[in-house]
Design a binder for this molecule. Structure first.
Ligand code: SF4
Ligand code: FES
Length: 354
């Protein structure tokens, strides 16, 4: 078991409720219902405990955090602790008035689904594009830094140049172009979302040219199924960040609930610091001692930490296996078979939780 430093960030999933129904959503297929959500007092206590543990950044996310009526209080509390507060939002309902009430937000991350209205609404499963443009205007009007986040896949990857232009028009300081990671609903819709190699090659060139010329910071998250080595998921298990799910479950990453037998604990039952330091869910894959070969003796293990535990579990049934994306993994054939599979045409939109 590796030693745990203080976590840097807390991803607070305040709710799974969301007005959008994106087929690439990485939230669990079994979404937490409103009745199961932590109440205001409990979230305040979670923030207090997180700050005492060393957390400096609180990401208020979901679902859609604006669905919580107590969001102004939660923002104010997190800011009062001296944390950097990042609001991760679909933008629906983010009017100038609502934003003015969220005193203490330091940064807004706005999701956008595509470069134009028809494409964007098709992916979101609802008419949301216009509201997103207005939300971006509200953020800029409030003088807050804006990141536009776009999840990339087969349906929008060919529009990446137009997406860059849209983000520039919206006045974004930063654009995150993140190829889909296959968890939750995205895993269910994987066949319809997987891009082709050619699409990725073209998009890569467009992004590189935009990065060279744009004043905006452009971050490109690779499509890891197509790579030779996996992504350094979470910068290592239980290393830098923790997630608290709407019901209070404390997870090393947002998708970790998929791993059977992980021993996930809840803030209602145990102190956050104890969970971070000693919970089996956090210690299982912390550090390097849990690794088997080929990772154990691999020179890259401190670069990629053996890849993603959730992906290893989803694709091999063994969370301690080398991420099958790695060409050194004995399971790489699973990924190659997926890439060779025929694409499905239909995206199933995630359900709406109330
Ligand atoms: Fe990374 Fe393990 Fe592959 Fe080495 S064998 S590159 S550590 S995933
Ligand atoms: Fe869970 Fe990568 S998403 S470890």
């Amino acid at each position: 078991m590796g030693e745990a430093d203080a976590p840097f960030g807390l991803l607070a999933e305040l709710t799974h409720r969301c007005p959008l129904r994106c087929g690439y959503c990485s939230n669990p297929v079994d979404l937490a219902r409103r009745d199961d959500e932590l109440d205001t007092a409990r979230w305040r206590d979670v923030f207090d405990q997180a700050r005492a543990l060393g957390v400096l950044q609180i990401h208020l996310s979901g679902g859609e955090p604006l669905a919580r009526k107590d969001l102004p209080e939660l923002v104010g509390h997190a800011a009062g602790l001296g944390c950097y507060v990042n609001l991760v939002t679909s933008g629906l309902g983010l009017t100038p008035e609502r934003l003015a009430g969220l005193r203490g937000v330091d940064h807004v991350q706005l999701s956008v689904q595509d470069a134009d209205e028809a494409g964007s609404n098709r992916i979101a499963g609802v008419r949301a594009f216009e509201a997103k443009l207005r939300a971006a205007e509200a953020v800029r009007g409030a003088g807050l830094p804006l990141t536009v986040n776009v999840v990339l896949h087969r349906l929008n990857l060919d529009h990446v140049g137009e997406i860059v232009a849209l983000a520039e028009r919206l006045g974004a300081d930063r654009l995150e172009l993140a190829n889909t990671q296959y968890y939750g609903w995205a895993l269910r819709n994987r066949a319809a979302l997987l891009p082709t190699k050619e699409q990725l090659a073209r998009a890569g060139e467009v992004v590189a040219a935009a990065q060279a010329r744009s004043a905006m910071e452009i971050v490109y998250v690779i499509a890891d199924y197509h790579e030779a080595h996996p992504k350094p998921c979470m910068h290592g298990w239980g290393a830098r960040q923790l997630t608290v799910a709407p019901n209070g479950d404390v997870l090393p990453c947002p998708a970790a609930g998929v791993i059977d037998g992980l021993g996930v604990e809840n803030v209602k039952d145990r102190a956050l610091a104890d969970i971070w330091h000693t919970s089996p869910a956090f210690t299982a894959f912390r550090g390097f001692d849990w690794m088997r070969d080929p990772c154990r003796s691999c020179a890259r293990r401190e670069l990629d930490f053996g890849g993603c535990r959730c992906q290893a579990f989803q694709l091999t049934g063994d969370a301690s296996a080398t991420d099958p994306v790695c060409t050194l993994s004995p399971h790489r054939g699973v990924v190659d078979l997926i890439l060779a599979g025929a694409p499905a045409e239909v995206v199933e939109h995630r359900g709406v939780v109330r």
